[in-house]
Design a protein around this ligand. Sequence first.
Ligand code: ZN
Length: 374
Amino acid sequence: MESIYDTPKILGAPTRYVLGPRVIEKLDRWIPLLGGKKALLMGGTTALKQCEEQIREALARAGCEVAAYSNKERYCTDAATNRLVEEAKAAECDFVIGVGGGSVMDLAKLVAHKLGVRVALINTIASTDAPCSALSVVYDENHVFQRYEFYPYNPALVLIDSEIIAQAPVKYLVYGMGDASATKFEAEAVYASMSKNCLIDGGLPSYSALTLARLCWEQLTKYGVEAVLACEKGAVTPALEMIIEANTLLSGLGFESGGLAAAHAIHNGLTAAPNVSGAHGELVAIGTLTQLVMENQPREVILELLNFYDSVGLPMTLEEINVSEDDLDIVAESATAPGETIHNEPFKVTKELVLNALKAADAIGQRFKEKGTI
Ligand SMILES: [Zn+2]
């Protein structure tokens, strides 16, 4: 058996995290963090439309230029990565700026890593905790989970303009809360089992990381509904900024330095169900509920989670993500694959345990939907 001091506790974070209304207009202040003069500017069409002009102006003020540009690639696949790396190499890019949501962030990080340059991420939606971490989730062309890619550095800059987030459809904020709802429960499982966190140098979670993960959940339950209501009106409020920070920074540091466990492994399993539909955060929400059932958490804990889901509009049944009971075998098989983070739970996890927990979690979710309680 290992001593508790055999593995050090390690925490990673972006060099700068910047959040506020209209911070995009001040981007030039942080461009020197990126090193060099030539940018690969990449992102989704909608995302770039919202802030491309401000980014180009900020780059010009900082004496930099956009040397390569892409508004075509939005998903983190190997094919997309290779295309962008070739373009950036041909243009001799010194750094990457990724603009958009979680999958663009993951793609920008992977491209920057392959180029050996720094990356700035500008979130236009707060739908996942992807921006702050030093890893990407890589999918195949059919959006089935392939693998995690880990990097030695976290992004040099994560910049989030809260006015842009407030203008985005509220569903993205809700997805982000689904992703963030897992963070505390996964970090607590990893802390209990003394498993390694998600950093490339694989440390144990520090107490700070665990605390950030717990704070994440506290903020969600305190400000989630208020943030949704503000976002529906396109209004920046302190509550909205609290939730943007919870979805991106607290959840990002909490999951990466605190570690992942069952919820994200079940998410990965759910992506293998043939007709599954739903955003990352929605599948993670089902994963979290299932994790709590697997861990035999008391009713009050499960009820708090379901009340939160209900208050912000997250799914709690398999039907809502278009998964049937017939699909659960493949989901459980894939969620318990060797190397999956589900094995960070503080007890032995088998396919059978996950299969039964998925069925029971779904029954609990259905009952809550019918009765408003369990
Ligand atoms: Zn996630």
